[in-house]
Design a protein around this ligand. Sequence first.
Ligand code: 13P
Length: 253
Amino acid sequence: MSRKLIAGNWKMNGSRAEWRALAAAVVQQAQGVAADFVVCPPAAGLADVATVVQGAQVALGTQDVCAHGNGAHTGEVSTTMLKEFGCTYAIVGHSERRTDLAETDGLVAAKARAALAEGIVPIICIGETEDQKTKGLTTKVLDGQLRGSLKDVRPARAVDIVIAYEPVWAIGTGKVPTAADITEACAHIRSLLIELLPDTGKSVRILYGGSVKPENAAEILTLANVDGALIGGASLKAESFVGIARAVVAKAA
Ligand code: 13P
């Protein structure tokens, strides 16, 4: 089994004291666990968390990036600034931003290109809504989102980008697709990646996200073409976040 990427999206939660404590607990508990870890605090917490994870096995990620370079973009944070904080990953196109801020596939692709240009690995999120799933549109939606969100995105190496498949209806709901549905969606994403990125697509990591917990992690993360997880709620406690990795490593052993 290849090494899994376990990414925590803390969303807009916590306080300075809580971010520092959570990061320290993750660093401590991740020691010796055979997985790659990344934590993505809110932008306001990057400096605090950066000092805690520095030199540890846990990478620092951001929940968003600006598609533009430094300049007149009020309220935004550039990739060069994020790089200075030690960010090596950036979530782009999360469904909450696609919904709350009307982010389009084109904007997501521009953010992915900006991250890539700065040596930050974009974690590009895609996923269908419940309505789209009910109507049998999942494959079509994933197809459109992936093609649009990868427009002119050209990673030199497979490790330079990550795709996160997050069915919108599974986020924060406790609902999880069947193993067969995840397998089908991720197989489709893999075939598209091979088509769009002939040199690297075969090995780009695909994460599953949506109500992942230690209890369901071993089943989900050992499915074909699932190379890790993007975790929301369960990433807010070090025990459950690292517990997800432990469950997968234990099953593989
Ligand atoms: P939950 O793990 O809380 O369902 O959130 C998933 C998610 O949105 C991660 O980006």
